[in-house]
Design a protein around this ligand. Structure first.
Ligand SMILES: Nc1ncnc2c1ncn2[C@@H]1O[C@H](COP(=O)(O)OP(=O)(O)OP(=O)(O)O)[C@@H](O)[C@H]1O
Ligand SMILES: [Mg+2]
Length: 160
């Protein structure tokens, strides 16, 4: 199982678009993929066809109200989604003081997705520095500009 966090300090540089397309393509060729919408805007869910915004998701998992498997939505063959949930935007206030939300997410995910080939995390802007995302994750930096520039990094990650 490979976990890929799609990150960048900036907003609007194609993180969600990249996540959506890579998840779709990998599922299409037969990999089992779970996509986690870790951005309170909830646009990854919308991109995958889930337009209801008031359903709980990874927010309730991080708050220990639900297990992550309870929050999984099958969106198409081989592709599952964990939506953001309405409380993700307030998660820093809702968690105990000093808990980096990256670490809370890691603990909450545990080994639930061991049967998946890929878990993608679509992050909000600024995730790497602010939330303790460390080296054990594969990090895919999206940049504005000429997208083919990032192809070697993408190929390295998916050369499994
Ligand atoms: N390769 C691309 N070429 C042209 N437009 C693109 C490309 N990738 C994304 N876009 C467009 O750029 C806009 C921002 O994309 P996207 O929402 O994926 O960025 P984001 O980094 O996830 O933004 P946010 O930080 O707000 O979550 C969207 O309108 C999207 O359709
Ligand atoms: Mg986005």
């Amino acid at each position: 199982m490979k976990v890929v966090a799609v990150i960048n300090q900036k907003g609007g540089v194609g993180k969600t678009t990249t996540t959506t397309n890579l998840c779709h393509a990998l599922a299409e060729v037969g990999y089992k993929v779970t996509a986690i919408d870790f951005d309170p805007q909830g646009q990854l869910a919308i991109s995958l066809g889930i337009i209801t915004q008031d359903i709980g998701g990874i927010d309730e998992v991080m708050l220990a109200k639900k297990t992550v498997l309870q929050q999984v939505i099958r969106v198409r063959h081989n592709l599952a989604l964990v939506p953001a949930g309405p409380r993700l935007k307030d998660i820093e206030q809702l968690l105990a003081a000093g808990q980096p939300k990256g670490m809370v997410l890691k603990t909450a995910l545990g080994s639930y997705f061991a049967d998946q080939d890929f878990v993608f995390i679509d992050c909000p802007g600024g995730t790497a520095q602010r939330h303790g995302v460390k080296n054990r994750l594969r990090k895919l930096f999206c940049r504005s500009g000429f997208c083919l520039y990032r192809l070697p990094a993408i190929i390295r990650i998916f050369n499994c």
